[in-house]
Each structure stands twice: as C-alpha cells, then as structure tokens.
Design a protein around this ligand. Structure first.
Ligand SMILES: C[S@@+](CC[C@H](N)C(=O)[O-])C[C@H]1O[C@@H](n2cnc3c(N)ncnc32)[C@H](O)[C@@H]1O
Length: 271
C-alpha cells in the first residue's frame, strides 16, 4: 500500500517536474537554495545515506582508479550500514570487496543490506586486526584499493591502518575519507577534539622508505545538479604508495587533470 502510494507520488512528481511551470519555479534563486539547504539538513539527520557523500566526482575517481590500475580487490574499513559498500558492489560486480564494522548493530544491518551481493565479504571487528588478518591470509593482492572510513566519534583507527599498509605492503592505493583538503574550504573534514583528519596524521605513520604521491579534490558545489538536494562536500585524499610512474600516467587522464590537485610526501625531506 505504502509502496503503491510512493510510486504514484513519484509519477505525479516527475510529470510536474517536466512541466513549464516547474521549470520556471526552479529558476527562482530562493527555491534553488531551499533545495540545497534541505539536502544539508537531511545530511545532518541521515548521514551516510549518501554513498561516498553523494559526490559524483569521487565516485568517478573510484571508477578511474579501478580501470587504470586494474583493481581486483577493494578493502573498506568502517562499513556502517553498507551504503558505500553497496554502491561499490553494484559498480564493480567482478571485484572482491572486503569490509569491516566494529559496531554490533551496524554490522547486523549491513549484513542484511549486503546479503545479496556475492562479491561482498563483511567482517565484524576492529579495522587494524581486519587488515592484518587479510594480509596474513593473503587476501590482499597488489591490485587492491583501500578505502579507509572507520573514523567515528572517539574511534580513530586511521593511524594504525596507515601504519599497517605502509609497513606491510610495497605498493598501495588508499583513499581516506573525511580528510582535510589543504588550502580549500569547499570541503568539510573530521575533527575530534584538537585532532584533525589531515596530513600530519599520515606523515606520522608512514615508513620513510616509501614515497607517496597524492591527489586532492579541487572543485566546488558546481558539480551537483542544482535541482537536486545534496549533502555538503566532504574532503578526501587519494594516496599512491611507491607507484610514481603509474601515478604520473594516471594524472594525465583528462578527468584527473580537471578535478584534482597533485601533491606528494617525501618523508625523508619532511622530518
Ligand atoms: C563514517 S562511518 C562509515 C560509513 C561507510 N563507509 C559509508 O560510506 O557508508 C564510520 C563507521 O566506522 C565504524 N568504526 C569505527 N571504528 C572502527 C574500527 N576500529 N573498526 C571498524 N569499524 C569502525 C563505525 O562504527 C561507523 O559505522
């Protein structure tokens, strides 16, 4: 019954959305702003309803990385209810996805939400142990993309996660969510007390034997369809460990040139 009503509503709404009067209304600045703000309020009450923060550019970045680096495994830390996991599972049905969640309720909800995806392997527990187990059991190939998103309130396993990846793997590609984009205020980032999810956290935890090339997002709200409510932009970084030549090749992609800024960390020089 509710489903039928919802369908009817969507049908009526899409007819209205195509009408001339709607096209005129949506050009009014006030209406546009109200829609954008509605997305921001929704975000406050239902965070992570939007996989990868509803950011079409970061979603495309995943696709570009998978294609360029022939990725066969994705490892996510911090499943929550499985919203991003589901997006990835649908986008890359042939790729194995390992994901882990520490919270019992989230784990159970994610288990239900992800049950139909045969390429998803969900674990319960803390992410550093999960990463170490995957490495011990040789589940991580050298074509793995890491998506580190297990930061939540006081829980902050990011430093441990980085240490494991940095010391136990030669090459790696890592996307860290909720990350501070230096010199760019368009992107929100996580901050707990005085601790920011930002470069110093990485620099303090990587091996000085490695080199790190980075990509930071460099765009603004214009990437969203102004007629659709959307959450605020959230920062992230893509980190390429000991992949200098492949990184240089990747940076020549039109998409990367258009939406990203290059940076690198040479720990020996910095410390
Ligand atoms: C930001 S949310 C993840 C959102 C999810 N990746 C998505 O995009 O839909 C962070 C999640 O990490 C979980 N978490 C926090 N600390 C963790 C840890 N040490 N190991 C695994 N999961 C953890 C939290 O319970 C929470 O569900």
């Amino acid at each position: 019954m509710i489903g039928r009503l919802r369908n009817e509503f969507h049908k009526l709404y899409s007819q209205f959305a195509k009408s001339d009067s709607y096209q005129a209304i949506k050009r009014v600045r006030l209406v546009r702003n109200a829609k954008i703000n509605f997305g921001k309020i929704l975000w406050k009450f239902a965070p992570y309803r939007y996989p990868l923060h509803g950011d079409v550019i970061s979603i495309q970045l995943f696709k570009e990385i998978v294609e360029e680096f022939d990725i066969d495994t994705i490892v996510e830390t911090g499943t929550f209810r499985g919203f991003t996991t589901e997006l990835l599972a649908k986008m890359f049905p042939k790729i194995k996805i390992y994901t882990c969640e520490i919270n019992g309720l989230n784990y159970l909800k994610a288990k239900k939400n992800l049950a139909k995806y045969k390429n998803v392997h969900l674990f319960k527990g803390t992410s550093p142990t999960f990463l170490a187990d995957l490495l011990d059991n040789k589940k991580i190939s050298n074509k793995t993309l890491f998506y580190l998103d297990a930061h939540w309130l006081d829980e902050w396993p990011l430093e441990e996660e980085i240490k494991i990846i940095s010391t136990r793997l030669k090459n790696a590609i890592v996307v860290i969510d909720d990350f501070k984009v230096p010199g760019n205020n368009n992107f929100a980032f996580d901050k707990y007390g005085s601790k920011e999810c930002a470069l110093p956290m990485i620099i303090g935890n990587i091996s000085s034997k490695n080199t790190y090339d980075l990509l930071f997002p460099s765009y603004g709200d214009e990437i969203f369809d102004i007629n659709v409510s959307h959450p605020p932009l959230v920062g992230y970084v893509a980190l390429f460990q000991n992949l200098n030549k492949n990184y240089t090749h990747f940076c020549n992609r039109v998409f990367v040139k258009k939406f990203y800024k290059k940076a690198n960390i040479m720990k020996k020089r910095l410390t």
